[in-house]
Design a protein around this ligand. Structure first.
Ligand SMILES: NC(=O)c1ccc[n+]([C@@H]2O[C@H](COP(=O)([O-])OP(=O)(O)OC[C@H]3O[C@@H](n4cnc5c(N)ncnc54)[C@H](O)[C@@H]3O)[C@@H](O)[C@H]2O)c1
Length: 341
């Protein structure tokens, strides 16, 4: 019989609640250990809903768990991860890992050196929509990827149901829509099309918040020869909470991911007249047939720890996305000059 894994939580906000519910859904064998959040009301509400025990400090959580979720504001991820891996705790750290790629690299190196299992919250790696789209891209019948258009828009999350004022404070969040939100998109561009060699980017700051980009428009040159465009915006249209549309043009196939990030639809049309579209449970089932796991990132983390292997996606996957994000900010600072990744 497998010994259950004792799970701790640092931070008891929105994403901590998501992972806690997702762990429950996964059916993974876990024991609910400590949770710490300096906002004690939040810690108590989280504990009441999940069965965790409220702790008075980070150390108390780390002392009582085997694996820890780091779900705090981005500014504290590096320090908390360093403390967790120094104690030999397995870590699930939310994205972005840090404010810069170099800092993210140090985190990944420290986790490797400690010999722990590590995973990052780049959850779209487990999304049925993206797993299915990747299979459509990789199919030799599609030909090579020629170009991709990736649009991501949401209302700036310092308002509405997110109400996360910290996302307007550069000392806590690091930057705006590109780093905080569209690091997911950069990661998906790498996943679908491959490594990025060169970028050129421009940012907008319409809300006038210091260091918080609310428009990021980037042009990408991939190692395989494809080009791409990423357009990310934090607007004030509360009717649009978080929406992505991705169009991939291969030599002989056109693929569109639209609607829901997880359940699609994903549609495709081929030069031989063939076409298809999958969404919802059908998309989920088709994607699960392509992999031995499920679409649950938290089940994957616990399984990886218990099997003594590395998890997917690990911290190095995040570092690669951070490198591209850093290059985009450097390009924007130089008024769109091309920057090598
Ligand atoms: N993977 C995703 O799709 C996704 C989605 C949302 C947020 N996130 C990331 O998760 C992190 C948290 O975001 P959120 O939306 O849950 O924010 P949130 O404000 O809802 O929750 C964060 C909590 O962390 C607490 N906190 C801050 N510093 C702490 C510390 N040193 N120790 C313990 N607790 C601390 C805060 O008091 C707050 O309650 C951010 O890095 C964010 O980018 C990822």
């Amino acid at each position: 019989m497998t010994t259950p894994l004792r799970i701790g939580f640092l931070g008891a906000g929105l994403i901590a609640a998501y992972h806690s519910k997702s762990l429950k859904r996964s059916g993974a064998p876990v024991v609910r250990a400590g949770v710490y959040d300096p906002d004690t009301d939040r810690a108590e509400a989280f504990a009441a809903a999940s069965g965790h025990t409220v702790c008075r400090s980070v150390d108390e959580v780390l002392d009582g768990c085997d694996a820890v979720y780091i779900c705090t504001w981005t500014n504290s991820h590096p320090e908390l991860l360093a403390r967790a891996v120094a104690r030999g705790r397995h870590v699930f750290c939310e994205k972005p890992l840090a404010f810069t790629a170099d800092e993210a690299q140090r985190m990944a190196d420290a986790a490797d050196a400690a010999g722990v299992t590590h995973q990052v919250g780049l959850v779209l790696r487990h999304s049925p929509a993206y797993v299915w789209a990747k299979q459509l891209v990789d199919d030799p019948a599609a030909g090579r990827v020629m170009t991709v258009v990736f649009r991501d828009d949401q209302f700036i999350p310092i308002q509405g149901h997110y109400a996360s004022t910290w996302r307007g404070d550069v000392s806590l969040v690091g930057a705006g829509t590109l780093l905080e939100h569209s690091i997911h998109d950069v990661d998906m561009l790498r996943y679908l099309v491959g490594d990025v060699r060169r970028v050129s980017a421009h940012m907008g700051y319409f809300h006038g918040l210091d260091g918080i980009d609310d428009v990021a428009t980037a042009s990408l040159r991939f190692a395989g020869g494809a080009t791409g465009v990423l357009n990310s915006v934090w607007h004030d249209n509360l009717a649009r909470p978080s929406l992505r549309r991705v169009e991939i043009f291969c030599e002989r196939r056109h693929i569109v991911i639209d609607g829901d990030d997880w359940f699609g639809p994903v549609s495709w049309t081929d030069s031989d007249g063939g076409s298809g579209s999958l969404e919802g449970e059908h998309l989920s089932a088709a994607a699960n047939d392509l992999r031995d796991g499920t679409d649950n990132p938290d089940g994957e983390f616990v399984r990886a720890v218990l099997e003594g292997r590395q998890a997917t996606p690990d911290l190095h996957t995040a570092v690669a996305a951070h490198r591209i994000v850093d290059a985009m900010y450097a390009s924007a600072a130089a008024d769109g000059n091309t920057v090598d990744v």
